[in-house]
Structure formats: structure tokens, C-alpha cells
Design a protein around this ligand. Structure first.
Ligand SMILES: [Zn+2]
Ligand SMILES: [Zn+2]
Length: 305
């Protein structure tokens, strides 16, 4: 659907089967078109492998696809998800880090399966890998899906709450890249970085405003304000931080297909003026780094204020 200026609908955070969603990239873009989105970003975990299929589907369905990624990082012992947009995916140093993260994700799976077996759960490696045939790495969501298929739990969230989350009996730690390193690498790849759901799940309000300010110095471009993990108070505070630091404030669904309830496409959206600022910063990052970055073709008639 082509919106007039007032109703351009933009969702900047979604996952396909290339990570832990349940739609193929093309199915995801078709679903975005069907739900009235004009612009959708594909941000699979730690991989850009779904981009070509999503971009081709965007051309077919009249939806602008913003190529992105969500990277698992570590910030002083806290897990922080970092969204990167419009980066050159061929930057070698970036790929070294992404390969290390994906390898760490896959490497812990056998240990986690062994721990589940030790708890008396009859789960095999085949049960898990059957769930991740199209994914860049096998991880906890696929173990969760196997537990659902085996009837051990009712849904993914229950699998995490009972077995797979940090502190639960089958949890195994893994590598996450330092947040500061990834902010710098995304900038060197000519892209822009946005902290995903900065205050999601924990109510500790971390990273704090001061730490977000420090990351802005390193080149952070924005923070995801409107996300299902943020209540109204968190959204208001994060919006104020974005305004004070001149950061782009985004909003998005964090859609995972049927893998995550309450995250329907377009449930939160990004203001067109904020997308315009994000694209301007990506163009500036590309010029500064000398890296060619992917372009975004807006549907006919869609103009960003
Ligand atoms: Zn995330
Ligand atoms: Zn996500």
C-alpha cells in the first residue's frame, strides 16, 4: 500500500527464518505489504544472508526494504542488542565478528541439549536441527521450537522461562562482541547503529542516559523507543534522551512470525521524519567511511518529510 505523507508506515525491526523468525524473507515482506507497511527493515540476528531475497520481494510488493541486522553484544556484562542499518556487509573485520558470534551461538547447542537430556527430557540433536534448516546459525529459539514440538512446553516463551534463559538449568554462556566495537565497526562499514529495545525486559534502565551519551560519541545514531518491551514511562524517558542527544528515535515490531506473540508487523512504527534522519546519517557514514552502502528505494508516491 502506498501511503500519503501522513500515513507512511515504517517498521524497522523484523526477523525471518534466516535467524529465529518463522517466515522466509520473501514471506515476511509479503506480510508487511499485506499489513499496510510502506517500509520494512529485515534485521536478522548476526547475519545479512536474508537481504537479497527480501529486497527482491520488496520490489515485487511495492515495499521499501531497509537492509539491517541485529547484533548480540556485551556491554559491561549486560547483553545489549544493536541494530545496524545500511552497512556494507562485505567489510572483513565485521564478518570476523559476526562469524564468531554465529559460531558461539551454534557451539553451545550440543551442551544445552545434553543438559536437557540430563533433566530427563528426550530431545535429540536431530529434533533441534530440523527446526533450523534455513537459519544462519542454530540457537536457543530452535531448541525451544523442538521442545514445543515434543510437547515438553506449550510455547517458546515457556521453554526460555523454564530451561533456556540465563540462570535456567539448560543455559550455556556464549560469545557476544563488545558493544563499543560493534558501533565502530558498523560506522566503518558505512552503516548506522541503533540500540534495540534498550530498556527491554529488565527494568534497570541500563544502559543509562550517561552511557547512551558516551555511545553517541562513538557514533551511535539512534535508540529504539517504541518497542513492546517498553512501557509508557520507559518510552517517554527514552524519547527525551533521544531528543537531548540528537539521536534518531525508532519504533518497530520485532516481528518473529509465529515465533513471538504480541509482536505483529507494524504494532509499533517509526515516524517518517525519523527514517529520513536515519537515511541521511547512513549517507554521511558511507561518505565518511568510503564504503558503498545499500540504497533504499521508496515506493512511488512515498516522500519522507
Ligand atoms: Zn533483540
Ligand atoms: Zn529482534
Amino acid at each position: 500500500m502506498v501511503g500519503s505523507l501522513a500515513c507512511v508506515r515504517i517498521d524497522l525491526h523484523t526477523h525471518s527464518r534466516v535467524s529465529d523468525g518463522t517466515d522466509s524473507p520473501a514471506e515476511l515482506v509479503a506480510a508487511a505489504a499485506a499489513s499496510g507497511l510502506d517500509v520494512v527493515a529485515l534485521t536478522d540476528h548476526d547475519t545479512t544472508a536474508g537481504w537479497p531475497e527480501a529486497i527482491a520481494a520488496g520490489a515485487e510488493h511495492g515495499v521499501a526494504v531497509v537492509p539491517g541486522i541485529e547484533i548480540s553484544t556485551d556491554y559491561h556484562g549486560t547483553s545489549v542488542h544493536l541494530l545496524g542499518y545500511l552497512l556494507d556487509p562485505t567489510l572483513p573485520e565485521l564478518n570476523v565478528e559476526l562469524d564468531r558470534i554465529l559460531a558461539g551461538r551454534s557451539a553451545r547447542v550440543p551442551t544445552m541439549i545434553a543438559r536437557l537430556q540430563a533433566l530427563g527430557i528426550e530431545i535429540t540433536a536431530e529434533d533441534v536441527y530440523a527446526r533450523s534448516t534455513e537459519a544462519a546459525a542454530t540457537g536457543r529459539p530452535h531448541i525451544a521450537d523442538a521442545l514445543v514440538a515434543l510437547g515438553v512446553v506449550g510455547h517458546r516463551d515457556e521453554a526460555f522461562d523454564r530451561y533456556l534463559a540465563w540462570g535456567r538449568p539448560a543455559y550455556v554462556d556464549r560469545y557476544a562482541a563488545p558493544l563499543e566495537t560493534m558501533v565502530e565497526l558498523i560506522a566503518r562499514a558505512g552503516g548506522v547503529s541503533v540500540i534495540a529495545h534498550p530498556w527491554g525486559r529488565s527494568s534497570r534502565r541500563e544502559p543509562s542516559a550517561a552511557r547512551i551519551a558516551a555511545l553517541t560519541e562513538l557514533g551511535l545514531a539512534g535508540i529504539e523507543v517504541d518497542h513492546q518491551d517498553h512501557d509508557d514511562a520507559a518510552r517517554a524517558q527514552l524519547r527525551a534522551i533521544a531528543r537531548d542527544l540528537d539521536l534518531v528515535a525508532t519504533g518497530s515490531s520485532d516481528y518473529h512470525g509465529t515465533g513471538k506473540t504480541g509482536h505483529a508487523l507494524g504494532v509499533n512504527t517509526t515516524a517518517p521524519s525519523e527514517l529520513r534522519r536515519l537515511l541521511e546519517r547512513a549517507a554521511a557514514a558511507s561518505a565518511a567511511s568510503g564504503r558503498p552502502t545499500p540504497s533504499v528505494t521508496l515506493p512511488p508516491g512515498v516522500v519522507l518529510p
